[in-house]
Write a protein of this length. Sequence first.
Length: 333
Amino acid sequence: MTTGSMLEVPPAGRSAVFAPGFGQRVLLTVDTEEEFDWRAPFRREGYGTSHVSAIPRFQTFCEGIGAHPVYLVDWPIVHDRQAVEVIGDAVRRGTAEVGVQLHPWVNPPFEEEISVANSFAGNLPQRLEAAKFTLLRDAIEAAFGAAPQIYRAGRYGLGPNTAALLKQAGIRVDTSVRPLFDYSDQGGPDYSNHPLAPYWVDPDRALLELPVTSAYWGPLRALGPLIHRVQRHVPTFFSGFSRLGLLERIALTPEGVSADEALRGIDLSVDAGLPVLVLSFHSPTLAPGHTPYATSESQVEALYEWFEAVYARLAARGVHSCTVAEIIAASGS
């Protein structure tokens, strides 16, 4: 079985084609993870999981607006009893799914030096990346009673060995690629030229890539990747275009992206014919004080208002929620 590289832009002919009647869909992914200081260096200890108590409200809200969240669970979460109970209840009722999210700095075995570069799991030695992933995947299956089918590398940190690892583990869908974003200045991947639409990682069509949705908006959007490459050398370069309304990069997330911006991003993505739009955010944002995006109760409420506006626009555009299982079935993977 041939394994493709997830770090390289796929060759022509790898675009995924979905079954007739699938239409355009939306998948809500939640990076379900521990609380830590985003401004501080990475550390193995000292994190919390108190925000888990906010997940039941979010799950009830999702069911009310017709969303079907996929909780991408990491090591601290799968070992939190309340998290397993809350998320497991939704999974058993068929109103949510679980997947794998690897934060290597808090996931055993602990053999690597803690560093920014090593926070991208794909940068670890092949054996160590595989050992961390396998422990996590097995723990998730044991906790929730089902083998996870979808993976996201924490910090979008894919590596040269990740595809083979995922295929061997039976993972059918990866959602680690974040098009239009480049993490190479931190030692991470460069996804600035990766496709926006789902594609096959390998010619065998055993692993489907489901990119996290982003879009360029503005009169210079065709030059977006080039302008972002220049920004590596001139940090304020892109922000000037954004302030002038010439080019804006819109990620479909409530974290740092306004509802108005997200609605533009949705319209651009739908008009471009994307078969699956992938929304994302971090679970600690559901409670105040854990991420830069929700420092107060009012900002948490704004997150819910964001989702209400976004799902109303999706409904108006004929875009319906879907599950990972439906994506796998419709893609023929």
